[in-house]
Design a protein. Structure first.
Length: 574
């Protein structure tokens, strides 16, 4: 495809490359070694989250070079840039986790600013760690220029005492160590082998969940989410993503043509079917918000409730992302769901074909036990469930994949921050059968809606993970398992019922019925509300203060701006 296939007069880059008035602008491009022919092509932003913060991101620059080659081959001029990430595994369990969810919106904002400022015509986005996947996809939907997403790939499994392990095992090892069930030497040996390569965490945690979403929603090429990060086949997908993008530019096929409400339902379906991260119930509403589609927590939960659980993946199951790749990748999951009548097969994708057409030649692999057919699911309802009740009028979310008992009732033990809860768990200052309540950790109250993996993993490591429940207005890692309920809304910091719970109050959870109730009568709650005061928040400057002032409820994705519904002019149309 030659540059002559594109009408530059209709592309944003005309503002920096066309006409005598743009001679100063062009001089900068000549300074970077571009030819006149390259300047006259469409400009394509190739953005990755490369950094040296964690293994999730260290293979992304290599893949970006492959994507740039594909863009060039397709008739575009690639312009590479990077954006930030905050890596949850390293931010976990301390104040650094307040940065995690905030980073999703900073990623989207920084990409928007780079694209706007330089008038790029299209985008390839390559992501590794958890929040970078939805952050990049949010920017694609916000800008609405032709876009292709590519996942950077998962990490290879570690091996410890003859079994595959992931970072989840290390977090749970901390709990085992505190309970005297693992020695210093064994914990050290485990930490040294759990993460043996580049790539994102290997279980069906947030990164791999959102990687599945990228294919299911149609923004990524079929099969591109599967190969582990070290595999050279990822470079092939990088080249093909760049070439596919240029076809989208030629056809003017944009993200909002692809990400319809039906496509969002497909995305929610694959989350539930794989027992994916509860964080998807934040990210899908936030992505839909960029388009102006109403798709909140309850819309996500409605899809979850009708979707069977068919992928036996960690943390609730046996297998990891590499196992999915080995049996045919994400298209195997999508094929099972399509054949089971669970997907909208007519949704368009970045391949230029519909979901159904993409899967037409895919044959479901019956010689494996990682993915089950819809006709014979692991459980008939999804691995993630939405809850609602007197404790959560604006909803809550729980991952039930791998759980046997879906009901729990017990007395509350309350903490006003994660550190206090973790200290109590580490010191075993709790009773089996209790419901641990961690509050003032919501989007506004945190600020930043921290994940609670350190606390939940410690409970499992101590051998009581199935004997306790934990609820929070914060979040959970995709690696969390057990009766752990997050996103409780309204959050405590805005006067939600979770802020009125007292030690000993009975909390009732029913994931079959979808309820979460506080067994305290309304009159008593009203008396408590009159005595309630918001605790002081020490974050009164910087990005966390700004985030707390802007962020909305978890129900709608914890978003920080008015979204597509308020849009007057879309960047792609400038």
């Amino acid at each position: 495809m030659s540059a002559r296939s594109f009408d530059k007069s209709k592309l944003p880059s005309r503002h920096v490359t066309v006409g005598p008035a743009r001679a100063p602008h062009r001089s900068y491009y000549y300074a970077m070694g571009l030819t006149e022919e390259q300047i006259n092509r469409p400009f394509v932003g190739v953005v990755s989250c490369w950094n040296e913060a964690a293994p999730c991101n260290i293979a992304l620059m290599r893949q970006a070079q492959a994507a740039k080659a594909g863009v060039d081959e397709g008739g575009g001029t690639p312009r590479e840039f990077c954006t930030i990430t905050v890596t949850d595994g390293i931010a976990m369990g301390h104040q650094g986790m307040k940065s995690s969810l905030v980073s999703r919106d900073v990623i989207a904002d920084s990409i928007e600013l780079t694209m706007r400022g330089h008038c790029y015509d299209a985008m390839v986005g390559i992501a590794g760690c958890d929040k970078s996947l939805p952050g990049i996809m949010m920017s694609m939907l916000r800008l609405n220029v032709p876009s292709v997403f590519m996942y950077g790939g998962s990490i290879l499994p570690g091996t410890y005492k003859g079994r595959d392990v992931t970072v989840q095992d290390v977090f749970e090892g901390v709990g085992m160590h505190s309970a005297g069930r693992m020695s210093d030497e064994d914990l050290h040996d485990l930490e040294c082998v759990a993460c043996p390569s580049a790539g994102s965490c290997g279980g069906q945690f947030t990164a791999n969940t959102m990687a599945c979403v990228s294919e299911a929603i149609g923004l990524a090429l079929p099969g591109s989410a599967g190969a582990p990060a070290p595999y050279e086949s990822r470079d092939h997908y990088g080249v093909e993503s760049g070439k596919a993008l240029m076809r989208l530019v030629a056809e003017n096929l944009r993200p909002r043509d692809i990400c319809t409400r039906e496509a969002f339902e497909n995305a929610a379906t694959i989350v539930a079917a794989t027992g994916g991260s509860t964080n998807a119930a934040l990210h899908l509403p936030a992505m839909a918000h960029e388009v102006g589609i109403e798709f909140d927590l309850f819309d996500v939960a409605k899809v979850f409730r009708r979707t069977p659980y068919i992928a036996d993946l960690k943390p609730g199951g046996k297998y990891i992302a590499k196992d999915v790749y080995d049996i045919g990748g994400v298209p195997q999951i999508l094929k099972a769901l399509l054949e089971g009548g669970m997907l909208h097969g007519d949704c368009m994708t970045v391949s230029g074909k519909s979901m159904g057409d993409n899967l037409e030649d895919v044959k479901f692999n019956t010689e494996q036990r990682v993915i089950y057919p819809v006709s014979n699911p692991i459980t008939p309802t999804g691995g993630v469930v939405g809850l609602r009740g007197s404790l959560a009028p604006e909803g809550a979310i729980v991952k039930v994949a791998g759980m046997q008992n879906l009901k729990f009732r017990g007395p509350a033990r309350c903490f006003d921050c994660e550190e206090d809860a973790f200290e109590a768990v580490e010191s075993r200052k709790y009773e089996e059968g209790e419901v641990i309540v961690i509050r003032y950790e919501g989007p506004r109250g945190g600020p930043g809606m921290r994940e609670m993996l350190s606390t939940t993993a410690a409970l499992y490591g101590q051998g009581v993970g199935d004997k306790m429940a934990l609820i929070t207005d914060g979040r959970f890692s995709g690696a969390t398992r057990g009766f752990c309920i997050g996103h409780v809304g309204p959050e405590a910091a805005v006067g939600g019922p979770i802020g009125l719970v007292r030690d000993g109050d009975i909390i009732s959870i029913d994931a079959e019925a979808g309820t979460l109730d506080l067994e305290v009568d309304a009159e008593e709650l009203e008396r408590r509300r009159k005595d309630w005061t918001l605790p002081d928040n020490p974050y009164q400057s910087g990005v966390l203060r700004k985030y707390a002032e802007q962020v909305g409820p978890a129900r709608y994705g914890a978003v920080t701006h008015a979204g597509g519904k308020a849009e007057v002019t879309c960047y792609a149309d400038i």
